[in-house]
Design a protein. Structure first.
Length: 140
């Protein structure tokens, strides 16, 4: 998820959720700072929906299917715990395919203008929606 800020309160929540004594089973939790060149609009429009987003929260859990519930619960708790600082924007490269499985969600993530532009390109280049096993944009 994208984060609007990383304050002392955000750090305290992160530590409570994943720090020493939390029992957190996640393999990796990251809060990278964004910005720089990714924030600059290029000369030709592109589909980057996360411009201006200062931070991203990423968590990863790994477990055999029979033991996955604690990891799934920890991921849900992490998402809920970070939600007060969450932004609608996110970096799509790190998005779970399950999190962006509907047209409504893809429109929300890209925004109406970017989604319409991507749908028009998809209609021209992939009208049969062959390339759909991803963060799918329907041909417009």
């Amino acid at each position: 998820m994208g984060l609007r800020e990383f304050s002392a309160a955000t750090a305290a929540a992160l530590t409570t959720l994943t720090g020493p004594g939390s029992g957190c089973p996640l393999a990796s939790v990251e809060i990278p700072a964004l910005g720089g060149a990714l924030d600059r609009e290029p000369p030709a429009p592109n589909a980057v929906p996360s411009r201006g987003l200062p931070f991203m929260a990423f968590a990863l859990g790994v477990a055999p299917r029979a033991e996955a519930q604690p990891v799934t619960d920890a991921l849900a708790a992490f998402a809920e715990g970070m939600s007060p600082w969450a932004d609608q924007r996110t970096v799509l490269n790190f998005l779970s395919p399950l999190a962006a499985s509907t047209e409504t969600e893809m429109r929300r993530l890209y925004g109406d203008e970017r989604y319409a532009r991507l749908a028009a390109v998809k209609k021209r280049l992939d009208p049969s929606n062959v390339f759909r096993i991803n963060h799918n944009v329907l041909p417009g």
